[in-house]
Design a protein around this ligand. Structure first.
Ligand SMILES: *Cc1c(COP(=O)(O)O)cnc(C)c1O
Length: 323
């Protein structure tokens, strides 16, 4: 049993509709020609916080009572969920505190603060930051917001796939970057309801395979986390997304950080799209997939590239090296 349902996704879609219009999904001839199949890019990089997670935050806050909002929110994040919770809290005038690991990019720390949240830097990994946030909530009475295990957040993230599959019902596959797995789990819920023939394929950095290991074993697993891409830098699986991913995710591809950088360059060069590393993982997964479909989507989950990601983009490796 899981708390994740298609009805929950429809409810989240209603909750975010007035705040977040649907994002575009286009194809780019140069990208298609380079890769050799038809690719729809779903543009979450154009969200007001620069990443899809704002869907989860807005969905979540809409379901909280006035009393819960007044207690304030505390969560943990490497940066995009942080901005999402800060953005959503600001919408309703609630306080937000975010625990961020030491490795979180300064750009994301600053953006979170500018949205009005308090940032606490704690922990070498997301797992440690998360434990600290939970203790902070227990000692202050604030509402702990689990980055991976809140149904309203996963339902909010799933609205990407509602928009995508309603607009492009003929997709054979969708490639989804995975950190906690909330996006991939949401994709499976929507696919099962409206496009059962479409395969959902998770993609993660091989330098941070906690969700992949969890998907394989069916248990929440921890793993070393050394990827330089903050959006997928998780060190522990999440139980709620896993409850859907383990039985329902069609495949899961691991890619190297170099392959992710190559995919970032390919998106910049052929789709005039600035993807942060985590967001380019989906295209990197397609490029590594042995069963490449004729027509598929890659989700560009965010555009919040940090200084080192931008510097990597400018390195002179030829685009064709990605293939
Ligand atoms: C959080 C994030 C991911 C991973 O999403 P999960 O739902 O945690 O699996 C991928 N890309 C970006 C840009 C993110 O911020």
């Amino acid at each position: 049993m899981t708390a994740l349902t298609f009805a929950g996704v429809l409810q989240a879609a209603d909750a975010i509709a007035t705040e977040l219009p649907p994002t575009p999904s286009w194809s780019y001839p140069a990208l298609n020609a380079t890769v050799g199949c038809d690719i729809v890019v779903k543009h979450e990089n154009v969200q007001p916080t620069g990443a899809f997670k704002v869907r989860g935050g807005v969905s979540f806050i809409s379901g909280l009572s006035e009393q819960e909002r007044s207690r304030g929110l505390v969560t943990a994040s490497t940066g995009n969920h942080a901005q999402s919770v800060a953005y959503a809290a600001r919408l309703v005038g609630a306080q937000a505190t975010v625990v961020m690991p030491e490795s979180a990019p300064q750009e994301k720390v600053l953006a979170t603060q500018l949205l009005g949240a308090t940032v606490v830097t704690f922990g070498g990994t997301m797992g440690e930051s998360c434990d600290h946030a939970r203790e902070f909530a227990a000692s202050t009475g604030m509402r702990f917001v689990s980055p991976g295990d809140e149904p309203a957040i996963v339902h909010g993230h799933a609205t990407i796939y509602l928009e995508l599959l309603q607009r492009h019902p003929d997709l054979e596959a969708i490639y989804v970057p995975v950190g906690s797995g909330s996006g991939a789990a949401g994709a499976c819920v929507v696919r099962d309801a409206i496009a059962p023939g479409c395969r959902i394929i998770g993609v993660q950095s091989q330098l941070a395979p906690a969700a992949y290991n969890s998907w394989r074993s069916g248990q929440v697993e921890s793993a070393e986390c050394h990827t330089r891409f903050s959006g997928v830098a998780t060190s522990r699986g999440s139980a709620l997304p896993l409850s859907v991913m383990h039985p329902r995710l069609d495949d899961f591809v691991l890619v190297s950080d170099e392959q992710i950088t190559d995919a970032m360059r390919l998106l910049a060069g052929t789709a005039h799209t600035l993807a942060e590393g985590a967001a380019a993982a989906s295209l990197a997964g397609l490029l590594r997939d042995e069963h490449r479909p004729q027509r598929c989507a890659v989700v560009c989950t965010g555009g919040n590239a940090d200084a080192s990601e931008l510097a990597d983009l400018a390195a002179s490796r030829h685009l064709a090296a990605a293939l």
